[in-house]
Write a protein that binds this ligand. Structure first.
Ligand code: HEC
Ligand code: HEC
Length: 288
C-alpha cells in the first residue's frame, strides 16, 4: 500500500489503494446519494417509533399510530359483513322470483347459496349436486317436486317426508307386494312394463303390463309415466332414476317401496339463507 497522493491526470487525491497500477480516486460521495442515505436513516427511526417494529418477547412495540395488521383484517371483514348485511336484508324481504330477476341480488344469492350448499347439502347431494343412489341430482331438469325457484324454495324450507315440519312435502307409494294389492304375476308384468318405459334392460311392453300400469300406477306416475310434481312421483319414462334403475330394483320398489327423506332447512338456516340456496339450486342448470 502506498501513501495517498495526487493523481497526475485528474488532479484528485487518491485513497492510497492501488491494484495493478490503477489507483482509487478519493472523490466525495455525490450529494444526492448522501441526502437519500441520511433521509432513509431518519425515516427508519421515525418508522420504528410510529409503527410496530421492535420485536419484544411477546409481539412487538405497538408504535405511536396504533396500527396492527390484525386490526386491519378485522376492519376489512367488518366492512365486508356490513356490505353483505345490506344484501341479506333485501333478500329476506323479497320474493324468490324477484331475487332471480334482480341481476345483482341473484349473483349475491348464488354465491351465498353455493357456500351454504357446501356446508349443509353435499353430504347427501354430492359436492357438485350430482346426487347418488337415493339422492336426486339437482343439476338436471328432472324434478320430483318441481323445478321453479318457488317450488325449490318450498322443498328446501320444509323438507320432504320430514315429520317435524308440518308443511313438509309428503307422499307415499303403495306397497303393492307387501300389502298384497297385486299378485306376484301382476307385479312381474307391471315391473317389466315400467322397466320398458325407462329403457332399462329386461323391460317388456305387454298389453297386460300396460293395463296394470294404467289401473295402478298412472294415478301418480301419469298415463305415459311422465310423473307428477304435486305428489313427488318421479317420471318413469326416462333413464333418470333415484332408487330403481333395473328390473330387479323396480320390482323391489313395487313390492315395498323406498321413500326419500330430506330435512327441513327453513327454521334451521333461516329464511334468507334458504332463499339463497333456492336461487343457487335453481341456477344449476335444471331451473325452470
Ligand atoms: C340427509 C340427506 C339430505 C340432505 C342433507 C339434503 N337433502 Fe335434499 N334431498 C334428499 C333426498 C333423499 C331427496 C329426495 C326426496 C324424495 O325422494 O322425494 C332430496 C330432495 C331435494 C330437492 C328436490 C329435488 C327434486 O327433484 O324435486 C331439493 C331441491 C333439495 N333436496 C335440496 C337440498 C338442499 C339445498 C340441501 C341443503 C340445504 C339439501 N337438499 C340437503 C336428501 C337430503
Ligand atoms: C300413490 C302414488 C303412487 C302410486 C299409485 C305408484 N307410485 Fe311409484 N312412486 C310414487 C312416489 C311418490 C315415488 C317416489 C318415492 C321417493 O321419491 O322417495 C315413487 C317411486 C317409484 C319408482 C322409483 C323411481 C326412481 O326414480 O327410482 C318406481 C320404479 C315406481 N314408483 C313405480 C311404480 C309402479 C310400477 C307403480 C304401479 C304398480 C307405482 N309406482 C305406483 C308414488 C306412487
Amino acid at each position: 500500500m502506498s501513501e495517498s497522493d495526487i493523481d497526475e491526470i485528474s488532479g484528485v487525491e487518491t485513497t492510497g489503494h492501488e491494484w495493478d497500477g490503477i489507483k482509487e480516486l478519493n472523490n466525495p460521495l455525490p450529494r444526492w446519494w448522501l441526502w437519500t442515505f441520511y433521509t432513509c436513516i431518519v425515516w427508519a427511526f421515525g418508522y420504528m417509533i410510529a409503527m410496530p417494529a421492535i420485536p419484544l418477547f411477546k409481539g412487538a412495540t405497538p408504535g405511536l399510530l396504533g396500527y396492527s395488521s390484525r386490526g386491519d383484517v378485522a376492519n376489512k371483514i367488518a366492512e365486508a359483513k356490513a356490505g353483505q348485511a345490506v344484501f341479506v336484508e333485501k333478500i329476506a324481504a323479497m320474493d324468490v322470483v324477484d331475487i332471480v330477476a334482480d341481476e345483482e341480488l341473484s349473483r349475491f344469492a348464488r354465491a351465498g347459496g353455493n357456500a351454504a350448499f357446501k356446508v349443509n347439502c353435499v353430504q347427501c347431494h354430492g359436492s357438485g349436486a350430482q346426487g347418488s343412489l337415493g339422492f336426486p341430482n339437482l343439476n338436471d331438469d328432472e324434478w320430483l317436486w318441481g323445478g321453479t325457484v318457488d317450488e325449490i324454495y318450498a322443498t328446501i324450507s320444509h323438507g320432504i317426508r320430514y315429520e317435524a315440519d308440518l308443511d313438509s312435502r309428503f307422499s307415499e307409494m303403495s306397497a303393492f307386494g307387501a300389502d298384497e294389492l297385486l299378485s306376484r304375476e301382476e307385479i312381474s308384468l307391471v315391473a317389466r312394463y315400467a322397466t320398458f318405459l325407462g329403457g332399462f334392460e329386461g323391460g317388456e311392453e305387454t298389453t297386460e303390463g300396460h293395463e296394470i300400469f294404467l289401473d295402478n300406477c298412472s294415478a301418480c306416475h301419469g298415463e305415459t309415466g311422465e310423473g307428477d310434481i304435486y305428489i313427488g312421483a318421479p317420471a318413469l319414462n326416462n333413464a333418470i332414476f333415484q332408487f330403481a334403475g333395473s328390473l330387479e330394483a323396480i320390482t323391489n320398489q313395487v313390492n315395498s317401496p323406498q321413500h326419500g327423506v330430506m330435512p327441513a332447512w327453513g327454521t334451521k338456516l333461516g329464511d334468507a339463507t334458504v332463499k339463497q340456496l333456492a336461487v343457487y339450486v335453481h341456477s344449476l342448470g335444471g331451473g325452470q
